[in-house]
Design a protein around this ligand. Structure first.
Ligand code: ZN
Length: 331
């Protein structure tokens, strides 16, 4: 069994850690929830490793004891990890049955056993119900650590049996300082990535690792502008967007349309950029319902990205849809 993530307590999580440790106050099931990109899984892993560590230290896993060594090498028999078999697939009943068998045995070499369920929101209903049965009579010295981006996807009966730790993004200044400390970044790039990530530092870090993030955002905006022209090359734009990452492109377009809807309702906000002003003008000419419908289309596209679909075709469809919105003028 391999560790699912780095075990880390980021600076913005230290207060949460102080509240969480020591484990005797925790109960048998811990649910770590919060948005993507804030280090939630790393923190949950840090907690799981600390539960297994022989030191019981407030500083987390000691990385020196036998338990820590086994955990680091992915061979700790007292750690069970359940993950979806593939991205987008559910964690099925079979995995929870294996987890139940694991928990029924006494700890092998550590004082405790830990079952770690990454992406708990991907548990199938049957799997979640089977997990609930385990929690109704939790074996002694066993801890269940769950991580979920969308805890509301878990049955309320399961959620209510867990001690819940909701992690959020750090304060903007702290996130920015951390991000800039990770690489030699200029303020503008770090700010742009952080803003796009909703303040989630790890997500911002991942975006910046892909290259010139502000430049990419500018390129998306330019491409959208070219689609105003009569003979716009949709195929070429879709190909560029796929190369930049279909997920990023769809997310950017979702945010762009959300801003346009907002401005359609309250009036365009001055940015001083001619291109932005032209886009705003176009949005003002569109019916609000039409924009909302396009927003729904984008939500569906965002759901499909990453699944086995032809992303190029998906992007082409979105861009054609956007062009047609302007021509319909269905107001
Ligand atoms: Zn240790």
């Amino acid at each position: 069994m391999n560790p699912v993530s780095e075990a880390l307590c980021y600076p913005w999580q230290s207060r949460m850690w102080m509240r969480l440790w020591p484990p005797d106050r925790l109960g048998h099931a811990l649910l770590f929830a919060g948005p993507r990109g804030i280090g939630k899984r790393a923190f949950a892993t840090f907690t799981a490793h600390a539960l297994l560590c022989a030191s019981g230290s407030h500083d987390g896993p000691c990385q020196q004891c036998k338990s820590c060594h086994l955990t680091q090498t992915g061979t700790n028999p007292d750690l069970f990890i359940a993950t979806p078999p593939e991205t987008g697939k559910a964690i099925g009943i079979e995995q929870v049955r294996s987890l139940s068998e694991f928990m029924a045995l006494k700890p092998h070499s550590c004082a405790r056993k830990v079952a770690f369920v990454a992406d708990a929101d991907a548990l199938s209903l049957n799997a979640a119900n089977a997990l609930l049965k385990i929690l109704e009579e939790p074996p002694p010295d066993c801890y269940l650590v769950l991580v979920a981006d969308r805890p509301q996807a878990l049955p309320s009966t399961l959620r209510s049996r867990c001690a819940r730790f909701t992690l959020g993004p750090p304060a903007h200044r702290e996130a920015l300082a951390w991000l800039k400390g990770q690489a030699r970044l200029d303020e503008h790039s770090a700010e742009a990535a952080l803003r796009f990530s909703g303040g989630a530092p790890l997500r911002a870090q991942a975006l910046l690792a892909q290259g010139d993030f502000p430049g990419q955002i500018n390129a998306f905006e330019e491409d959208l502008e070219t689609l105003r022209e009569e003979h716009a090359d949709v195929v070429a734009v879709a190909a560029r967007w796929k190369k930049a990452g279909a997920g990023l492109a769809v997310e950017w377009l979702q945010r762009r349309i959300s801003t346009l809807i907002y401005e359609r309702m309250i009036g365009p906000q001055a940015t001083g950029k001619a291109r932005t002003a032209r886009l705003q003008e176009r949005a003002q000419a569109l019916d609000l319902k039409t924009l909302f419908r396009f927003s729904d289309v984008l939500s569906e596209a965002a759901r499909l990205v990453g699944q086995p679909v032809d992303e190029l075709l998906l992007l082409e469809d979105l861009l054609v849809h956007w062009i047609q919105l302007g021509r319909q003028r269905t107001i």
